[in-house]
Design a protein around this ligand. Structure first.
Ligand code: GLY
Length: 880
């Protein structure tokens, strides 16, 4: 059975049993506390916790997931994958253990045709119910049932499943298949998890835990969450050694073979690289398709590291051309049927992957340069090892994996300080872990959300509303009340405040109760659909349960709203002017201000930018209506709505349409007619990494203010130039610059004459030191002038001559020495000649080449003494 058939069989099986087949959610998670989507259940967290009412009670998905405790290990065996497809069925308070187990058993044995006699099962040690269902209900022999605890000795989950973040959790039961003696010893999963391969995990989701896997409460309803790796099922059904030999990954391995001209399965060292190329090509393509962009932090960093790791391995196998284009094409070809977003974003994925690869190729060359320097340093100091710092720097700055540095070093007969490297890596991991901890974990906020449920948002229609405070946090901890001066997070049952999202900033304003007042400075989305108001109590006291009047700052909101509509118009105009590839890659929609990032491979010329600004403003002046409505995702797509990345699509989506030209999925606030925006003024256009551009613009009255600032500047420049009229200012400026140039050239000529005379004078005063002509003098000037005179003078002192010039400025001394070639041939070099003098002025000789050297020191007062010692020094160097 091929991978596509397994996926289809699974989904159809559950669809026939009353499950809604829901599309995979994005790899960018909707659940808080996660870096990347790590389980099928992520998109259903609010349903499982009971904070949102599910629109269906049974669901089934093929979910894109990403799991990686340590990316660097992937590829070294054939077992680990970062990205994989997880098949799952879910019950939100509907069926529980009995049906979950029966369904799984039926699907595995009847539909997938895996023999009942090959199955092994684990259950949570105290889960007598699950055990009874497996033994009595399904007829599993007791000797193939294994009881396990919550965690193993390393703290890894055994028969307890949680998200590795705060959220729903519960005991679980895993299904294993015996692949036969060819794969390992007998005895069940406790003996060998290669031969006994886990294919399915059934989680009885009945509790909620915190970010340390401590259960904090029982869930209101009992749920089912299951996860089955499609790749592993394929391994069993296709009876192959690993996922890399299944029809899911084999085409990618073939692509890697073709690029590298190696054959998979011949040499372990090549196999590691081929697996890394194949696996990472798939993972990176899916990440980009979901809108993850390479960066130096968070999920962007995961993507960047994997891409670099992949490219490095390709280079190590001798590939000189870019590999991403053909790899991305293979991934899209293989998976676009099941994941249409791959084909829909094809051009975008290619562009991001290729430009990152090109950028890295440069970094790689630089890294090799640094590596060579480090090798030279180690060898020069007689060391046989490369320092841990060097290996870490190569890893961190240039993306060189430890393995690569090890191999490169070995070729140079060096080893690497692995302990030092490991220590630095560990420190970095600690830093990252602390950073994650600070930013995430729902904690008390989660509790408030769970009790209050999702907040009703009223802010599309109005800016004021009466509501109740359902919970409040002071300094991050849940409290019953807060007093003047306290920083608080407030949740209301309903609110007109817009929570930051879709690029639009959160609202500010006030929340007033009978006894107190809160100035809200920001609003954002909390767990479970809560809207969280962040602010300070500025008067009296506020209490949980209070009635409250919530008022959004209208001026700030209106200015933001204008910006949001302007952003859609700008987006449309960019695509129309630059081409369809100019897609939104990120945005900031703020009061009177817009930052818009988009995909484009070169800078936008000034003329084009002016045209874009003009077209966008014409569109605004057309005063077309802006309509926002909710509809199904399918309908919105059929209308050509542009979906943005990373949004979670429920069944209903919000569509914003402008006139008949722009239609986007968007949850933001918008003006009613485009004329309300009044003005869009582009302030700048710049690069934010290869393939990405950023436009910053101002809107409404802020755009006008910006124009006024520019006018003021022009007036000041006009006045400074004495132009009288701004019209003539540019011409005036050009004339003034031309005049400065002319004067500079005249001045240069005068200086040159003076210098020639100086050279003559110094040459005439040269002394004879054992047959060598030596000129020593002080002169005014900087390094350039001294060098110029010194080199001219040197010519005049041929064949055997030397020059030392000194200058003092701002209490510092500067020395320049020059020697003729014939003198250098006798072993007298310029750095040597001024070494002593340099020490006298309290500095160091900065020798550059044997015939020219500079030195600087902090003691200008010792300059004369330094110069006075030169003849003796020369004599000494000549061996006299
Ligand atoms: N959520 C179940 C699993 O990932 O195994």
């Amino acid at each position: 059975m091929d991978g596509d058939t397994i996926r289809r069989t699974f989904l159809e099986f559950f669809e026939q049993r009353g499950h809604r087949v829901v599309p995979s959610s994005s790899l960018i998670p909707t659940a808080p506390g996660l870096l990347l989507t790590n389980a099928g259940m992520n998109q259903f967290v609010p349903y499982l916790l009971g904070t949102e009412r599910p629109p269906y009670l049974r669901a089934a998905t093929a979910q894109k997931v990403f799991r990686t405790p340590d990316i660097d290990l992937v590829g070294h065996d054939a077992r680990h994958l970062t990205f994989f497809e997880m098949l799952g069925n879910f019950s939100f308070g509907d069926y529980f253990k009995e049906d979950a187990i029966r369904y799984a058993h039926e699907l595995v044995t009847k539909e997938l045709g895996i023999d009942h006699d090959r199955l092994w099962v684990t259950v949570f040690e105290s889960d007598a119910d699950a055990e009874a269902i497996w033994l009595d209900g399904v007829g599993l022999p007791p000797d193939r049932l294994v009881r396990r605890g919550k965690f193993d000795s390393d703290g890894e989950s055994l028969n307890f499943w949680w998200m590795h973040a705060a959220g729903p959790c519960g005991p679980c039961s895993e299904i294993y298949v015996d692949r036969g003696p060819a794969y390992g010893p007998d005895g069940g999963p406790d003996v060998d998890e290669e031969r006994f391969l886990e294919i399915w995990n059934l989680v009885f989701m009945q509790d909620e835990c915190d970010e340390h896997a401590e259960v904090v409460r029982e869930l209101p309803r009992k749920n089912i969450d299951t996860g089955s790796s499609l790749e592993r099922v394929a391994v069993v059904l296709q009876d192959v050694a690993s996922a890399f030999d299944t029809d899911l990954l084999r085409p990618l391995v073939a692509s890697a073979e073709e690029l590298t001209e190696r054959v998979y399965g011949r040499q372990e060292r090549d196999d590691v690289s081929l697996r890394i190329i194949a696996e990472h090509a798939r993972a990176t393509t899916f990440l980009i398709a979901d809108g993850v962009l390479p960066s130096n932090e968070g999920r962007g960093y995961v993507l960047r590291r994997m891409l670099r790791r992949l490219v490095t391995h390709a280079r190590r196998l001798g590939v000189a051309v870019d590999v991403m284009p053909s790899l991305v094409a293979t991934v899209i070809e293989r998976f676009h049927g099941a994941y249409p977003e791959l084909a829909a974003n094809q051009a975008f994925i290619h562009q991001v992957a290729t430009s990152e690869e090109e950028g890295f190729a440069r970094t790689y060359r630089q890294g090799m340069g640094v590596f060579e320097e480090e090798v030279a340093k180690a060898k020069a100091s007689g060391s046989k090892r490369l320092s841990g710092e060097a290996a870490f720097r190569l890893h961190d700055t240039f993306g060189f994996q430890e393995q690569l540095t090890l191999e490169l070093a070995r070729e140079q007969g060096l080893e690497v300080d692995a302990d030092g490297f490991a220590r630095l890596m560990q420190e970095q991991r600690e830093r990252a872990r602390r950073a994650r901890k600070r930013g995430e974990g729902a904690g008390d906020l989660g509790e408030v959300a769970a009790e209050g449920g999702p907040t009703e948002f009223l802010g599309y229609e109005r800016l004021d509303a009466d509501a109740h405070i359902v919970g409040l946090l002071r300094d991050g901890a849940r409290e019953d009340s807060a007093g003047e001066g306290d920083r608080v997070l407030l949740a209301l049952d309903r609110t007109p405040f817009y929570a930051e999202g879709g690029g639009q900033v959160g609202d500010a304003g006030t929340i007033r109760t009978a006894t107190g007042l809160v100035q809200v400075t920001d609003t954002r989305l909390g767990p479970g659909g809560t809207i969280v108001h962040e602010g300070v109590v500025t008067a009296g006291e506020v209490r949980a349960g209070d009635e409250a009047g919530a008022s959004v700052d209208p001026a700030r909101r209106e200015a933001t709203t204008r910006s949001h509509t302007a952003t859609h118009v700008l987006h449309h105009t960019l695509r129309q002017t630059l081409g369809e590839h100019a897609r939104q890659a990120g945005s900031l929609v703020a009061p009177g201000r817009v930052r818009f990032d988009f995909t484009h491979y070169e800078s936008v010329p000034r003329d084009a930018l002016e045209e874009i600004e003009a077209i966008a403003n014409r569109r605004l002046a057309d005063d077309q209506p802006v309509r926002a409505y909710e509809t199904t995702l399918e309908f919105a797509r059929s209308q050509g709505a542009m979906a943005l990345f990373g949004e979670k699509y429920g069944d209903l989506v919000r569509v914003v349409e402008i006139g008949d030209y722009s239609i986007e999925l968007c949850g933001g606030t918008h003006v009613h007619r485009t004329g309300e925006v009044a003005l869009l003024r582009v302030a700048s256009e710049s690069s934010i990494g290869s393939g990405f551009r950023r436009i910053e613009a101002l809107t409404g009255p802020d755009a006008l203010a910006h124009v006024n600032v520019e006018r003021r500047l022009l007036e000041e420049v006009t006045e400074a130039l004495g132009a009288g009229d701004p019209q003539t200012a540019p011409e005036r400026a050009r004339q003034a610059l031309a005049r400065i140039k002319q004067l500079e050239s005249e001045l240069g000529a005068i200086r040159r004459t003076a210098r020639t005379q100086e050279v003559e004078r110094f040459a005439a005063s040269a002394q004879d030191v054992a047959g060598v002509r030596l000129a020593v003098a002080r002169m005014p000037g900087g390094a350039d002038e001294l060098r110029e005179v010194a080199t001219a003078l040197r010519k005049r002192l041929e064949p055997e001559g030397a020059v030392v010039l000194g200058a003092a400025a701002d209490g510092k001394a500067l020395l320049v020495a020059a020697c003729t070639a014939a003198l250098v041939a006798r072993g007298v070099t310029a750095p040597n000649l001024i070494a002593e003098a340099a020490a006298t002025v309290g500095g160091k000789g900065g020798g550059r080449t044997p015939d020219l050297a500079f030195a600087g020191g902090s003691r200008a007062d010792a300059l004369d003494a330094a110069l006075a010692g030169i003849p003796a020094r020369l004599l000494g160097l000549l061996g006299g």
